[in-house]
Design a protein around this ligand. Structure first.
Ligand SMILES: [Zn+2]
Length: 272
């Protein structure tokens, strides 16, 4: 009997939420990463951040296309930082896995972020400690960690690298390398030229491949300023094709929609 072809391997990212913390239009910023060109076939998904109503966010992004996206299909949660719009669903996720799934998801974050996780789980301490609820994997700046083993003849598996951003609490930007493709995500940050370079070209431009897709936040106040992004964006020959904005405030939406930038959209799959 011929082997079943369960989807084309690759790297894809599905935005579940694209708004900022105060949005009345969008869910808070959150993404699913798959090792396939569509998450339909992937039962070991990577979730980047976990706002509240995460199951409804997954269901809405699925919209009947991806074979029922739901928490049990998550293998790993990468937690960038502990602001509520990125972490308010942590308690629900932990309790759901413990009670309804019966498996520990992996939790990957900076050590300084992991230090703050117990207070998010205070209300469910009867279910156990952080280590009872998650397989905890700290990730430090400068050291890549392999999240999944190699597939399809590649020497390396899915590798995650992080870099701290300019934000009031410990926060990490990230790059995910898998199957020769590079996904970069700024997370929350004031605009930072060094971080911009790291996102596009990696920690060592001589050694690392340029990013195939850069997801960058934009916003007001402590967030990345639109004019800085516009100025920097124009220096990247490929920026129009490779850059996506996320975490946008409601009041910027009309301006952004008229701008040359491409926006991440909830449920719009991006193949890296
Ligand atoms: Zn934040």
């Amino acid at each position: 009997m011929p082997e079943l072809n369960l989807g084309r391997p690759g790297l894809s990212v599905l935005p579940l939420g694209v708004g900022d913390a105060f949005s009345a239009i969008h869910h808070p910023t959150c993404m699913l990463v798959s090792r396939y060109e569509t998450p339909a076939w992937d039962n070991n998904l990577v979730l980047i951040d976990c706002p509240q109503s995460i199951r409804k966010m997954m269901r809405e992004a699925d919209d009947g296309r991806f074979h029922g996206l739901d928490l049990p299909r998550i293998d790993t949660l990468i937690l960038t930082h502990l602001h509520a719009d990125h972490a308010s669903g942590l308690e629900t996720l932990a309790a759901f896995f413990k009670i309804a799934v019966g498996r520990k998801p992996r939790l990957v974050a900076l050590p300084e972020v992991l230090e703050g996780v117990p207070r998010f789980l205070e209300a469910i301490k009867s279910l156990g400690t952080v280590d009872d609820l998650f397989d905890v994997l700290p990730v430090t700046e400068g050291l890549g960690i392999e999240l999944f083993p190699p597939v399809g003849g590649f020497n390396d598996g899915m590798v995650l690298r992080v870099k701290r951003t300019n934000h009031p609490i410990p926060t990490s930007a990230l790059r995910i390398w898998d199957q020769g493709r590079q996904l970069a995500y700024s997370c929350d940050t004031a605009f930072d030229g060094n971080l911009w370079e790291w996102l596009w070209r990696g920690p060592d431009p001589k050694m690392s491949a340029p990013a195939d897709l850069v997801v960058h936040e934009v916003g007001h106040g402590i967030h990345a300023n639109y004019d800085d992004l516009k100025r920097q964006g124009r220096t990247e020959p490929e920026w129009g094709k490779k850059l996506r904005l996320i975490h946008y405030p409601d009041d910027m939406l009309p301006m952004l929609e008229a701008s040359p930038f491409q926006l991440m959209r909830e449920g719009k799959l991006e193949i890296v």
